[in-house]
Design a protein around this ligand. Structure first.
Ligand code: C2E
Ligand code: MG
Ligand code: MG
Ligand code: MG
Length: 286
């Protein structure tokens, strides 16, 4: 490695860039170990229907519990995992772990929830993704309707035809498909026709300043209208306060996720949350 980078050293004259490369190299080495050493962990963030007051789903969000770095957020290592191909084993681990966790909750007799798993671009490009999902569900014994797969607009742009075929097959299996960060990508609205989405996830950037922003209100209102035409569900991400909740409710958006309800929680914490929350109606929420 030293020799190699020595030979190409003229490319790395930018000290900041060189530091970044060195950091990434160290990170990459550790990331390899991470999977082997079982340092990855899933946190779960509840998704609430404020009309019924139920937690109907949880989103699985990966964290890397590194002995030196502490709990590392996905934005720090997912891009690197994408670049190195590590995202594939990592993605399979996430899928399996999320399904197993959900099965455990069902066996405990908790009211069933759907578990949402984020897919990466590379995963969606894998010809065997359908098989992987099928095998995972089967080995875990989880009914497909308790799994949701989230994709972003940007990952659909890579190989649209293949992505569309794959997602249709997954949906035919009974798995739910949602479009994450909706409204922020470059895709056209035509994507709504091409892909079999059950759910649109309104990006948190539209929710953030909802109170002071008539523009954001019109965007969300337009998304709600669209969703009715396509018979899709809508969930708002990044709901942090009562004001946003009220406005969203007025716009007929009844599914929500965000810090107002709960941060993403460790498996132990989310279990407590599910045990206590599901027996209450939303209106009794503090
Ligand atoms: P995402 O899928 O859009 O997930 C939502 C992100 O928003 C999460 O960040 C969550 O913690 C955060 N969030 C939730 N509620 C609020 C809120 O009220 N306010 C604010 N400001 N933020 C909120 P996180 O966990 O850091 O994940 C970031 C991104 O990393 C995710 O965005 C997703 O794209 C990606 N990611 C996470 N886990 C996985 C995974 O297992 N596989 C893949 N491929 N990507 C993942
Ligand atoms: Mg997501
Ligand atoms: Mg999102
Ligand atoms: Mg995001």
């Amino acid at each position: 490695r030293t020799k190699e980078s020595g030979r190409n050293h003229y490319q790395f004259y930018d000290p900041e860039m060189s530091l970044e490369i060195a950091e990434n190299f160290a990170l990459e080495t550790q990331l390899h170990e991470a999977i082997k050493n079982e340092e990855l962990i899933l946190h779960y963030q509840p998704q609430i229907n404020i009309r019924t007051g139920q937690v109907y789903g949880v989103e699985a969000l990966v964290r890397w519990n590194n002995s030196k770095l502490g709990l590392v957020k996905p934005n720090k290592f997912i891009p690197l995992a994408e670049k190195t191909g590590l995202i594939l084993p990592m993605g399979e681990w996430v899928l399996k772990t999320a399904c197993q966790q959900n099965k455990k909750w069902q066996k405990m007799g908790l009211p069933p929830v759907r578990v949402a798993v984020n897919l990466s671009a590379q995963q969606l490009q894998q010809p065997n993704l359908i098989e992987t999902v099928e095998n995972t569900l089967e080995s875990v014994g989880l009914d497909p309707r308790w799994l949701e797969l989230e994709v972003t607009e940007s990952i659909l742009m890579k190989n649209t035809t293949l992505a569309s075929k794959t997602l249709h097959k997954l949906r035919d299996m009974g798995v739910y498909i949602s479009m994450d960060d909706f409204g922020t990508g470059y895709s056209s609205l035509g994507y709504l026709k091409k892909f079999p989405f059950d759910t649109l996830k309104i990006d948190q950037s539209f929710v953030k300043e909802l109170n002071q922003s008539p523009e954001d209100i019109s965007i969300i209102s337009a998304i709600m209208t669209l969703s009715r035409g396509f018979n899709m569900r809508v969930i708002a991400e990044g709901v942090e306060n009562q004001n946003q909740l009220n406005l969203l409710q007025q716009l007929d958006c009844e599914e929500m996720q965000g810090y107002f309800f709960s941060h993403p929680l460790s498996p132990e914490e989310i279990l407590k949350y599910l045990l206590s929350f599901n027996h209450k109606k939303y209106l009794s929420f503090p």
